[in-house]
Design a binder for this molecule. Structure first.
Ligand code: AHR
Length: 508
């Protein structure tokens, strides 16, 4: 029925437990993410360690549970030994991936201190580009072994006698990409990843390893790269990585031209996002069967975001090139909300996800020396991270469809929901994708009604391109709205066009 949708929730009909690690971030040595982003000793807002206290507070609000580091493309040329020891003795080098100068003033110890302050689980990527499998194992020794060996003693000498116990380890990054330092064929990569994983596990049997999937669905190798790598490495990995970026206008495959602006298609891009996850989930099942394995491998969606419009940089080798500083708008926030809905709907296969990235570089936070502001995408990310927990519910939705050029007919309403059985904290996330049509949504709890609706927030507006800035930091935010009235096990809510709404419920 035009203008009307029905959502049915049943606390017994669930997808899976939600892994808290799907609310993760990514901090790469790139542009102004680390330097001038999280670490900025020259700023009046820096603490005694050089960490930006305003940035730290905003990152804490988002409640990131895992943080990938140090890259990205950067890691494929990174020598981790450059980043340890007295700061004044650390070398400066050209970081070839991003045409910048790496000062190494922020390295493994500084990252661990940052992660501990943030209360987030570190996820380290090892260099399988220029790096050897021995370098990878040495890094595990440095980070995780009790003292008594060369690298663990060096860690103690550098001020940290206790092992850091880093659990999650990415076996390289996007090794299929022609842009990657040390690009490889799938077979070659899988074999190197397996050898690295073996050595790393012999150092510390408690670690979890993550193999690289192909870098994008537009890559010629997708999804064969994924199939080959999964089949050859299945016994040695715990997670399989996937990356997905999109934008309006869509980039062409070569990323040198732009297709025309198409907001309807863009707002439906979670359809493509979801297909990507389904394809890789099928490749995982196939690899499991071929390996006659009883173990599960899960998806680690360790790079996802809206990207591709901003390039920047003046081509000079600098420590903090202003590259990839995307400015996000309302439609981007709505797209991010639909992708987060996808994570909940795919909670059975997606167990780690990291938004790329956390500050300045394609990120929810933008800084300058004396200030920062929260971009539009900060709000859906933070609402999901703080309210989606427990079980993902398998939601039944009846909604009008709308036509799109890229994805055909798609539902006007995109929904996910969660419920924490122990605390009774529930949440429903609703995106009205239409640019013009409001929607009345009837929510029905089929088995047990919530005791009450607790809170409600909404992001909406007439202009999909409205954005925040240093001058107008709160132009587009998620604002609290009056909590709709619960009528037994039913509630009716009106969703304006171009809107994202979060409702929280209490079931106890
Ligand atoms: O997040 C930016 C870059 O995107 C990463 O360095 C790389 O892995 C991907 O291509």
């Amino acid at each position: 029925r035009p203008g009307h949708a029905t959502v049915r929730l049943n606390t017994q009909r669930t997808v899976s437990e939600i892994s808290p690690l799907i609310f993760g971030g990514f901090a790469e040595h790139m542009g102004r993410c680390i330097y001038e982003g999280i670490y900025d000793p020259a700023s009046p807002l820096a603490d005694e360690r050089g960490f930006r206290s305003d940035v730290m507070a905003a990152l804490k609000e988002t409640n990131y549970r895992i943080m990938r580091y140090p890259g990205g493309n950067f890691v494929s040329g990174y020598r981790w030994t450059d980043g340890i020891g007295p700061r004044e003795q650390r070398p400066r080098r050209r970081a070839l991936a991003w045409r910048s100068i790496e000062s190494n003033q922020f390295g493994p110890h500084e990252f661990m201190e940052f992660a501990q302050e943030l209360g987030t689980e570190p996820m380290w990527a090892v260099n399988l580009g220029t790096g050897s499998i021995q370098d990878a194992a040495d890094l595990v020794e440095y980070m995780n072994l009790p003292t008594g060996t060369l690298y663990s003693d060096l860690r103690a000498k550098n001020g940290h006698p206790d092992p850091y116990g880093v659990k999650y380890w990415c076996l390289g990054n996007e090794m299929d990409g022609p842009w990657q330092i040390g690009q490889m064929e799938a077979v070659e990569y899988a074999d190197k990843a397996v050898q690295a994983a073996k050595l790393m596990r012999w150092m510390d049997p408690g670690i979890k390893t993550i193999a690289c999937g192909s870098s994008a669905t537009s890559m010629p190798g997708y999804p064969d790269w994924d199939r080959v790598v999964l089949e050859r490495s299945y016994a040695h990995i715990d997670y399989f990585s996937m990356h997905h970026y999109a934008a309006n206008p869509y980039p062409t495959i070569s990323n040198t031209e732009r297709l025309p602006i198409d907001t309807d298609s863009y707002l439906a891009s979670s359809v493509h996002f979801e297909e990507h996850a389904d394809t890789l989930a099928a490749a995982i099942r196939l690899a499991k069967a071929k390996n006659r394995s009883k173990r599960d491998v899960h998806l680690c969606w360790d790079e996802w975001n809206v990207w591709y419009r901003a390039k920047g940089g003046d081509g000079e080798w600098s420590e903090t090139p202003h590259i990839l500083e995307e400015q996000y708008n309302l439609e981007d926030a709505l797209v991010v909300a639909t992708w987060l809905n996808t994570f909940l709907r795919k909670a059975d296969v997606v167990k780690i996800a990291c938004i790329a990235q956390i500050v300045n570089v394609i990120a929810p936070i933008m800084t300058r020396t004396d200030a920062m502001y929260k971009q539009t995408i900060f709000y859906p990310l933070t609402l999901f991270s703080n309210h989606a927990s427990g079980e993902a519910l398998d939601v039944l939705v009846q909604a009008p469809t709308q036509d799109t050029n890229r994805h055909g007919p798609v539902p006007q309403l995109d929904v996910s929901a969660s419920l924490e059985p122990d605390t009774g904290h529930g949440a429903v996330f609703l995106v009205n994708r239409s640019q013009t049509e409001a929607l009345t949504v009837d929510l029905h709890w089929e088995d047990v009604a919530p005791r009450e609706l607790a809170q409600a927030w909404q992001m909406s507006g007439a202009d999909p391109f409205a954005a925040n800035s240093f001058e107008q930091p709160d132009h587009v935010t998620a604002r609290p709205i009056p909590v709709p009235t619960l009528d037994g096990a039913h509630v009716s809510i009106s969703l304006p066009p171009l809107s994202f709404t979060t409702l929280t419920t209490r079931h106890q």
